[in-house]
Design a protein around this ligand. Sequence first.
Ligand code: CA
Length: 426
Amino acid sequence: MPSIRSDETHDPKRTSWVVSARGHAEFPVQNLPFGMFSPPDEAPRPGVAIGDEIIELQALIAAGLARDVPGDLRDVFATPALRKSLRTQMSHLLSNSRYRDTAEPYLHHAADCILHLPATIGDYTDFYVGIHHAMNVGKLFRPDAPLLPNYKHVPIGYHGRASSIRPSGVPVVRPNGQTKAPDAEAPVFVPVKRLDFELELGVWIGQGNALGHPIAIADAPQNIAGFCLLNDWSARDVQAWEYQPLGPFLAKNFHTTISPWVVTPEALIPFRSPQPPRPEGDPHPLSYLWDESDQAAGGLNIELGVTLSTEAMRAQNLPAQVLSQSHARHMYWTVAQIVTHHASNGCDLTPGDLIGTGTLSGPTIDSCGSLLELSDGGKTPITLPSDETRTFLMDGDEVTLTAHASAKGFVSIGFGACVARILPAR
Ligand code: CA
């Protein structure tokens, strides 16, 4: 990883003339994530989140307030220099009150806007690097061999489905699926009963690589355009019946929800951390996956959370219940190792491709990133403040994922919500 230093855009003393950005838990002026949004009844366009507002990028060019602002986010994904320039310009513009009068007309209330996917996602791959999740799920599916022998040598992944990825807020229709209870004689095709969420980080690919040209691990960071939250909705009853021998298919591809703002690697510079050392006795990764600077700063200091609200809870004005609090440190492989491994056979990654890390559970029950783990495979229901219980998701349930990065001496930033509600099967 190239030497990366914080700069004036991370200065904790820098504040914005956008009042809602001051002390904002997600989008203070130190964050500046980019995305695609539509003002009411208007076409999609690129913007940057600032507090409770969105600043419209292209209009700033005409107004003489910015230069080299792309009309197409593809360039922002593919070109690190452009992304950095955009960040520097927006930080300057939004923190200097002399620009307030001229720039303010280009702010839109985020609550009035529609957020879109930030990219046309060519390909989506989901990894499995949350080692506590892999252990917990392994125990449920294979009590005799929870962690398969390849896990500590290879970042395990599978090719997911890009077409069914939606931004936060789009409801999830409970899928129908073929399932077979262990004691049933024959399978049935019914609305799935064991509907679950998975708490993951998403990684946006930047410039990518040409077919046949692997990405060296030292070059992996410059191929990463940003991060989001990712909920890999899962039908556990379908998964248990279909997954052998080729892995997840219809249990996973009916819907994936992501937070729509791209939190850039530049915004996350203060929140890099050493990758936790491998436990004693674990194998040393092969050299193509090993880079000392990646081990020194390839981790992410990001706190993760999951909350649930049910129809009954909302009717009683009860706040959403915290189900889990986890952390990105539970990744057994770094993001650079994931990207490098993906391209190691020459597979080409392209701008706007999306990679999921896999469920990021912690070592304790209150840090598990799926209901499968929280309810011990459906055996131990969770009691909610409404006195309802849950093993898996019911219709009307709303799941929210959150991510916040913090470090001493810096302003904390967030990813914005990754939320969706379950609708009945059709
Ligand atoms: Ca997953």
